[in-house]
Design a protein around this ligand. Structure first.
Ligand SMILES: Nc1ncnc2c1ncn2[C@@H]1O[C@H](COP(=O)(O)OP(=O)(O)OP(=O)(O)O)[C@@H](O)[C@H]1O
Ligand SMILES: [Mg+2]
Length: 292
């Protein structure tokens, strides 16, 4: 593995580096993931009626929206975990439902919102499973697999718990193990559904910084669902705001996030001011009560 992939925590040259690089590295191939007129649902009515969505290659896309608006449903369809009732998802122009599963798994990795681990599995074994798409019938496990797993554990701060059972971990530890597994898959497109839920604030920033590193240094395409609007504005090159199964705004956070949008998406009054650290929009909610 090239050393650039190894986790690094060098002293920053300035107190805070720009978090949304103007010129992220170009992806090695087009990595164009696109949903065309998607109609998505489960048993009853459609959740998503007619959604066209592009995940821009080589960028960090963040999806935001109220609970139950269809973010996870959309992400799952883009990763072929959910079959569309109508429309299609294409990767580089080819319908993903026609691609062999293992081939697709080398291109798109997804960390679902509520993944489930086999009972009793250890951290190391779970992360090793991320390498499955890379294994050949004639050669099961390679030094490269070993290196990538070690890197993924290190990058997520889970190396020291590698021998523990996943179901004995805290919520935040478990979340980082799942992120390690997704990283071990080494896909050009990485989708993560609320990866920072359960994480303390330090680990939230670590995970998002790691995504920036993967994007900048390797040109990986990242699509992530976040509930923290301020972190979404800091880390997204491209922000997609959803409401009731539709995209109601998308673009660079500074161009689209304002008090009207926050109210339209969340039904919440707020003040939007510049984040003093990143200068990106910072949403300060106005509740009904103050302590004083
Ligand atoms: N497996 C399922 N079976 C039936 N309905 C489902 C299923 N998963 C989700 N839904 C429904 O689809 C709608 C959209 O859910 P989805 O999980 O996409 O929302 P979300 O935007 O990710 O919300 P959250 O922020 O709470 O994660 C909800 O009404 C939900 O109840
Ligand atoms: Mg969800």
């Amino acid at each position: 593995m090239p050393s650039s992939r190894l986790p690094s925590s060098p002293a920053p040259t300035s107190p805070v580096e720009p978090m949304t690089p103007a010129n992220p590295a170009q992806p090695s191939d087009a990595q164009q993931l696109r949903g065309h007129h998607l109609r998505l649902g489960y048993d009853g009515a459609d959740i998503v009626g007619d959604l066209c969505i592009d995940i821009p290659p080589g960028k960090i896309t963040v999806l935001v929206g109220a609970n139950a608006c269809g973010k996870s449903t959309t992400l799952r369809a883009l990763a072929r975990l959910l079959k569309p009732r109508g429309g299609a998802v294409t990767l580089d122009g080819k319908a993903i439902h026609e691609m062999p599963s293992k081939q697709l798994a080398t291109r798109i990795g997804i960390l679902p919102q509520t993944p489930t681990a086999p009972e009793g599995i250890t951290v190391a074994d779970l992360v090793c499973r991320g390498r499955y798409p890379h294994q050949k019938w004639f050669r099961q496990w390679t030094d490269e697999d070993e290196r990538v797993v070690a890197w993924a554990l290190e990058a997520t701060g889970t190396a020291e718990i590698a021998g523990r059972a996943v179901d004995e971990l805290s919520g935040g530890q478990r979340q980082r193990v799942w992120i390690a597994m997704a990283l071990a898959q080494e896909t050009g497109i990485l989708m993560l559904d609320e990866p920072t839920t359960y994480l303390d604030v330090h680990h939230q920033i670590d995970v998002l910084d790691l995504l920036v590193q993967l994007n900048r240094e390797e040109g990986r395409t990242i699509a992530v669902v976040l509930h923290d609007l301020n972190l979404a504005c800091r880390y997204a090159h491209h922000l997609i705001a959803m409401r009731k199964g539709e995209i109601i705004a998308q673009g660079e956070p500074s161009a689209i996030v304002n008090e009207e949008l926050v109210e339209a998406v969340f039904g919440l009054k707020s003040k939007v001011i510049p984040d003093p650290v990143s200068q990106t929009p910072m949403v300060v909610p106005i509740g009904r009560h103050l302590r004083f």
